[in-house]
Design a binder for this molecule. Structure first.
Ligand code: IYR
Length: 269
């Protein structure tokens, strides 16, 4: 029996901290907690700190780094938020691979507090469109303050969201403020919104890299997504990502192409 297992067997509710010595010896310390303590995982093995050499890293000479950085910038600066989608189907495995890429995003305590719901079913897309357009009608016809509408004017958006039924995929991205264990225990996630934002950015990048267009759609409020997609209370809609090929005649607002120069977005100290 390992020391971890010994602790687990001895106490019903314990936490095990391990001290990783230079000799790589794990010293397990058991602490008896009061009844409010919750163990994240019934297997205490997950609490042991273990390391493995970082062999996947590749270093490039500065010239090659420069070339790679410039090549990536040239690629990503072509990304556009698109609102005119084609209905051409996209192979599902491409979406799956991009989701796997998104799932490698850093997250608070590596708790990966995201849930992606990929919708290709026409009837569900129609339900989402109906509910989103209802919210958007309210938004554009009174709910949105004047200055918000003025900021949106150069984008030419309105309450009509045809892309929600035209595009082959809608990916509803939810953030989980907490997880629920099989026994019903709630376990808090950390930096859930930040983590899901990072994963969403990586998903958009992966999809662009694969040759697909996206739209980060934020019908406001987005609570209807829980109802339509039957998601539990601990999941909060973060964004609705529309994915597909741009329509042959897709156009993008010039305003959206104007990105701030480096001097306006970065300071070097
Ligand atoms: N949710 C509305 C309004 C909207 C808000 C922002 I901030 C945008 O960048 C774009 C649109 C809509 O989707 O039309």
């Amino acid at each position: 029996m390992t020391s971890d297992e010994w602790c687990a067997a001895l106490f019903d509710r314990v936490t095990v901290m391990t001290i990783n010595t230079k000799l790589n010896v794990h010293i397990a310390i058991c602490i008896i907690f009061n009844s409010s303590l919750v163990i994240r995982n019934s297997s205490l093995k997950n609490m042991v700190t273990q390391f493995t050499p970082y062999t996947d890293y590749t270093e490039y000479a500065p010239d090659e780094m420069r070339t790679r950085a410039q090549a990536f910038y040239a690629e990503i600066r072509r990304r556009r938020t698109v609102r005119d989608f084609s209905d051409r189907p996209v192979p599902r495995d491409i979406i799956e691979t991009c989701l796997l890429a998104a799932g490698t995003a850093p997250s608070g305590a590596n708790l990966q507090p995201w849930q992606f719901v990929v919708v290709s079913d026409g009837a569900i897309k129609q339900q989402i469109r109906d509910a989103a357009e209802a919210e958007e009608r309210a938004f554009y016809n009174g709910r949105a303050p004047e200055d918000w509408l003025a900021a949106l004017a150069p984008l030419g958006t309105d309450e009509n969201k045809a892309f929600l039924t035209t595009a082959p995929y809608l990916i509803a991205i939810f953030a989980k403020a907490y997880d629920v264990l099989p026994d019903g225990t709630k376990v808090k996630n950390y930096y859930a919104a930040e983590s899901v934002g990072l994963a969403t950015g990586m998903l958009i990048t992966a999809l662009h890299q694969a040759g697909l267009a996206t739209l980060t759609h934020t019908p406001s409020p987005m609570g209807f997504l829980n109802t339509v997609l039957e998601r539990p209370k601990n999941e909060r809609a973060f964004i609705l990502l529309v994915v597909g090929y741009p329509a042959a005649d897709a156009a993008v607002p010039i305003h959206a192409m104007q990105k701030k120069p480096l001097e306006e977005i970065a300071i070097f100290l």
